[in-house]
Design a protein around this ligand. Structure first.
Ligand code: HEM
Length: 360
């Protein structure tokens, strides 16, 4: 009997401790509150940790148990966008909106959506953070006042801010929502710019390091910026018309220009080119080239020279060279003859160069 009482006491203590843990740090952003007092979605969210959404800690929606449910509601609203009516009145400090549907199920989802979005704004629990406008809004939630009132068929919202900049964000957001209502998924797939920070047009093409070849545009805010210390090995076997510049070689010029000026900052890159196969004879000096192809000089020499001046290592495969009827002496002075393309490629990769084949 005594044992039984101890067991019951222990069990009660464990349950109390568990309940208080949920109340203080409930998984997800519910934290014991939420529209409808644990209404749709929230109740279900309580028992699930963020990891169970397949996105471990640190993922965009880590700790956000409501994300899944909100997503389902967005999808539903976007699918039914044609059955939604919306008017937006701009106020000096924000907007007044009315969003309704004659279909009761859709009207109910609009109400659910707005309640949860208001909750997200109040609790700074962001969503759609890839979209610049939404990311910006969630940076300023402390300055947003959002009040909603259910109507028979939907919701009337008054959203304002004392901060004039935030008021413009609210107005831009209201336009985005009107876009969702008008165009559904087509609009939802678009980015919405932050007012005043519309994407600057990419610069005109330029040649930051290799003149006249391989023009690039500067994309200072784009993903995958050039990384300093890059080592790149171009395995060039692409042929072409003997009297024209080899297009693979021009790509090498573009790579240099990208590292020198395509990103936000110039990044030093060590580039090596190994010529073999159909590209072997690109590196012949003017006399040897003219004699072999009956041209007036070698149309690749000017660019090869610029690449050399910019620090690019140029290697031709000795085996290919000789088998195609030339000698190391026939090669332009700034190109080195390697024992073979094989050894050059293997050695350079062992030295940490990333391998980039260029056969087409
Ligand atoms: C047809 C589809 C949609 C409708 C009818 C709708 C409706 C609404 C309404 C009425 C508001 C209150 C603010 C206002 O009226 O301007 C609102 C706010 C919000 N909506 Fe939606 N929405 C839709 C789609 C989406 C989507 C796809 C997302 C994100 C993925 C989204 C995220 C938000 C957020 C974050 C807020 C609160 C932020 C704020 O108002 O500043 N909505 N939505």
């Amino acid at each position: 009997m005594k044992r039984h009482t101890t067991y019951l006491l222990t069990l009660t203590l464990v349950m109390l401790a568990t309940a208080s843990t949920f109340a203080q740090n409930g998984p997800g952003f519910g934290r014991g509150r939420g529209p409808g007092g644990g209404g749709p979605g929230f109740g279900r969210g309580m028992g699930r940790g963020a990891q169970q959404h397949g996105q471990g800690p640190g993922g965009e929606h880590a700790g956000d148990d409501r994300h899944e449910e909100d997503h389902v509601v967005f999808q539903f609203l976007l699918e039914n966008h044609k059955k939604i009516k919306r008017t937006v009145k701009e106020l000096p400090n924000g907007v007044e909106t009315l969003t309704e549907s004659d279909v009761p199920e859709i009207a109910a989802k609009i109400k659910e959506h707005v309640e949860w979005m208001e909750y997200r704004v109040e609790n700074t629990n962001p969503i759609r953070m890839r979209d610049p406008l939404f990311a910006e809004i969630f940076k300023h939630t402390d300055k947003i006042k959002m009040v909603h009132e259910d109507t028979d068929n939907g919701v009337k919202v008054i959203e304002t801010s004392d901060d004039p900049y935030v008021a413009t964000l609210i107005q831009a957001h209201a336009k985005a929502v009107s876009g969702f209502v008008e165009r559904g998924f087509a609009e939802a797939m678009k980015n919405h710019p932050v007012p005043g920070k519309e994407m600057t047009k990419p610069s005109e093409p330029s040649h930051p390091i290799i003149a006249n070849y391989g023009a690039v545009v500067k994309l200072a805010n784009a993903a995958q910026q050039p990384r300093p210390g890059t080592k790149l090995l171009v395995d060039l076997t692409k042929g072409g018309d003997a009297d024209k510049l080899n297009s693979g070689l021009e790509k090498v010029a573009r790579y240099l220009n990208i590292y020198a000026g395509g990103g936000a900052e110039p990044a030093d890159a060590q580039i090596a080119v190994v010529f073999h196969g159909d590209a072997t004879q690109l590196v012949l000096n003017a006399d040897a080239y003219s004699a072999m192809f009956k041209t007036e000089g070698n149309p690749n020499l000017d660019l090869l020279h610029q690449l050399h001046e910019a620090g690019v290592e140029l290697y031709v495969c000795g085996q290919s060279l000789i088998s195609k009827g030339s000698q190391p002496d026939d090669v332009a002075v700034f190109v080195d003859t390697a024992v073979s393309a094989l050894t050059a490629v293997v050695n350079l990769q062992a030295d940490g160069y990333a391998y980039l084949p260029m056969a087409k």
